[in-house]
Design a protein around this ligand. Structure first.
Ligand code: DGL
Length: 269
């Protein structure tokens, strides 16, 4: 039987999901978290939906076997293709993806519904964001653009400076010039790391939104609904697993999480 003091499982292909973990920590400081970065198989964004769904299931399974009370898919690519499959496999465990929360944040930030979604190739190809946004706002004008190099820049820790800025301009300028974009959705959990550069490129009139905070709100609400919020006064904790290069994960991950990462256990899926 799952207990209130159990950790929440969180996974991504790499360090990107730590942007979601950070928001979860801010909202739920008394909770413990077990995070897996599937660094051996990153990137997910250029792989087929079948492969990503299989990887997502394997990543989830190891977290479930360790004992978690909820599972957060802190990866848009995996959320887009595997949310239903993971709910089927691991239900009644609450399984929360990041696409719907991101779509909700976008609708709040775009009064006229003119939205640009930037994401991995896999997320763009599947159209999950368009569907999620249109479910909330049928008249929205949604454009999606794949920006796969942002994942590599983020994993490398090159999140500011001239190289990141040049890549961002190359990807975004065509849309910003032609379309009256009100809001850009950072539809990949790696992208918030480049927020500073992206804000400069899109300019002050365009909002940048990501799913981290709204996903954290959904997690808090779902845990409360099933009576599984951590007991008041519990001291939250963090544990990390990675499928490759744990020292690298520790070093780069600290930038994403905004705090030092104590130790990372190497695991094989
Ligand atoms: N961070 C992931 C996402 O949100 C995927 C990055 C990748 O592995 O391509 O889509």
């Amino acid at each position: 039987m799952r207990g209130r003091e159990w950790p929440i499982g969180v996974f991504d292909s790499g360090v990107g999901g730590l942007t979601v973990l950070r928001a979860l920590r801010d909202r739920l400081p008394e909770e413990s978290f077990l995070y897996l970065g599937d660094t051996a198989r990153l990137p997910y964004g250029s792989k087929s939906p079948e492969t990503v769904a299989r990887y997502a299931e394997q990543a989830s399974r190891i977290l479930v076997e360790r004992g978690i009370k909820a599972l957060v898919i802190a990866c848009n690519t995996a959320s887009a293709v595997a949310l239903e499959r993971l709910r089927e496999r691991f239900g009644p465990l609450p399984v929360i993806g990041v696409v719907e929360p991101g779509a909700a944040a976008a609708c709040e930030a775009a009064p006229r519904g003119r939205i640009l979604v930037i994401a991995t190739e896999g997320t763009v190809r599947g159209g999950a964001y368009e569907r999620a946004i249109r479910a909330l706002r049928p008249e929205a004008a949604v454009i999606s653009a794949p920006c796969p190099l942002f994942v590599a820049l983020a994993e490398e820790g090159w999140v500011d400076g001239p190289i990141a800025a040049a890549v961002a301009r190359r990807y975004l300028d065509p849309f910003l010039i032609k379309e009256e974009i009100e809001c850009v959705v950072l539809g990949c959990t790696h992208f918030p790391a480049l927020r500073g550069v992206l804000a400069e490129v899109v300019g002050p009139g365009v909002a940048l939104v990501d799913s981290a905070e709204s996903a954290a709100r959904v997690v808090a609400a779902q845990l409360a609904e099933v009576g599984l919020r951590a007991p008041a006064g519990q001291e939250g904790g963090l544990r990390f697993l990675a499928t490759d290069a744990p020292q690298r994960f520790q070093r780069v991950g600290a930038l994403f999480l905004g705090e030092a990462i104590g130790g990372v256990e190497l695991v094989d899926l």
